[in-house]
Design a binder for this molecule. Structure first.
Ligand SMILES: Cc1cc2nc3c(=O)[nH]c(=O)nc-3n(C[C@H](O)[C@H](O)[C@H](O)COP(=O)(O)O)c2cc1C
Length: 196
């Protein structure tokens, strides 16, 4: 493949990246080899100080019901007046998607040289690599975040240490239906040239 063709393939993939909807993710999930390639891409994020401030925890299918209990308890802790339908909806975050991963940020806020903001950026870069890797393998990803992720029931269920944060839940699978494409920023919104 020529350099131009290789660049075209890469830019096509970058420009085509989009989020899936968790309720439209069906089997099959990535197999062992595809998942290894995706997680390897995840691990290649630029990482100032090489602190490795990111990791993933898979929630296996046979543990989903127990994990849903923790997600529901975490939602109730974040929002005590949770209605019964809201409780039920919160459980879907643990049950949807044939593959479910928790993205964990491992942030050393007291690091002498590397600011926490650099570490968070690395986590975001790892997430993007994961999304692009999954899409390259033909799978969709739905990202779920929210205040419930900071709550004790979920932190305890995931066994997080004090300096660790559950950033989001990643539902991964085969897309049965794509949501409408989201509007994208214009170049003028994201790029300007300094005029001195
Ligand atoms: C850190 C992070 C957290 C997100 N959390 C949610 C979420 O809780 N619910 C949701 O529907 N989408 C979530 N998203 C996905 C965004 O809504 C989505 O990327 C955005 O709407 C643009 O759509 P696109 O990814 O298809 O370009 C999250 C994305 C990021 C980067």
């Amino acid at each position: 493949m020529t350099d131009t063709a290789r660049a075209a393939v890469l830019f096509d993939a970058l420009h085509a990246r989009r989020s899936a909807s968790a309720k439209f993710l069906v089997a099959p999930a990535p197999g062992e080899q595809a998942l290894t390639r995706i997680v390897t891409a995840f691990s290649r994020a630029p990482d100032h100080g090489r602190l490795i401030p990111f990791r993933l925890i898979e929630i296996p299918l046979d543990a989903r019901a127990r994990f849903a209990d923790a997600v529901e308890a975490a939602h109730a802790a974040a929002q005590p007046a949770l209605s019964a339908p809201e409780r039920e909806r919160s459980r879907e975050k643990a049950t949807q998607g044939p593959l479910l991963l928790a993205l964990i940020a491992v942030i050393d806020a007291e690091h002498a040289k590397i600011p926490a903001s650099d570490q968070w950026l690395t986590v975001g870069a790892a997430l993007e690599n994961f999304l692009l890797g999954a899409q390259a393998e033909g799978f969709g990803v739905a990202i779920r975040s929210g205040r419930y992720l900071e709550q004790t029931p979920l932190r305890e269920a995931l066994g997080l240490h004090a300096h660790e944060h559950a950033v989001s839940l990643l539902a991964v699978g085969t897309v049965s239906e794509w949501p409408p494409e989201k509007p994208k920023p214009t170049l003028a919104q994201v790029f300007s040239r300094w005029e001195g």
